[in-house]
Design a protein around this ligand. Structure first.
Ligand SMILES: [Zn+2]
Length: 93
């Protein structure tokens, strides 16, 4: 006889039963929860990517400003500031 095991859905937390056979165990109570968990994971991933991108833009911008401030070459300073202004306008920094 096949016994059942109780599992808490990894998305909504509802307890559901499934057969305690040697197969791979279900983690979600329904297809909707499986899809919902996938979408939530994707959303978090995309948000993390955006945050990282934003930090990279900021780092590059600050680097250009620092370079412009520290160089003794007028043309280099102007070029760095021009590039920094370009990044500021493009990314709204
Ligand atoms: Zn669920």
């Amino acid at each position: 006889m096949v016994t059942s095991i109780y599992t808490d859905c990894a998305h909504c937390g509802a307890t559901f039963t499934q057969p305690d056979d040697p197969g791979r165990k279900r983690r979600f109570c329904s297809g909707a929860c499986r899809t919902g968990a996938y979408r939530a994971r994707k959303r978090r991933q995309e948000q993390a990517d955006r945050d990282r991108q934003r930090q990279d833009q900021r780092r590059r911008y600050d680097g250009l400003r620092a370079k412009a401030a520290s160089t003794t070459y007028e043309h280099e300073a102007a070029a760095c500031n021009a590039k920094a202004n370009q990044l500021r306008d493009k990314y709204g920094l």
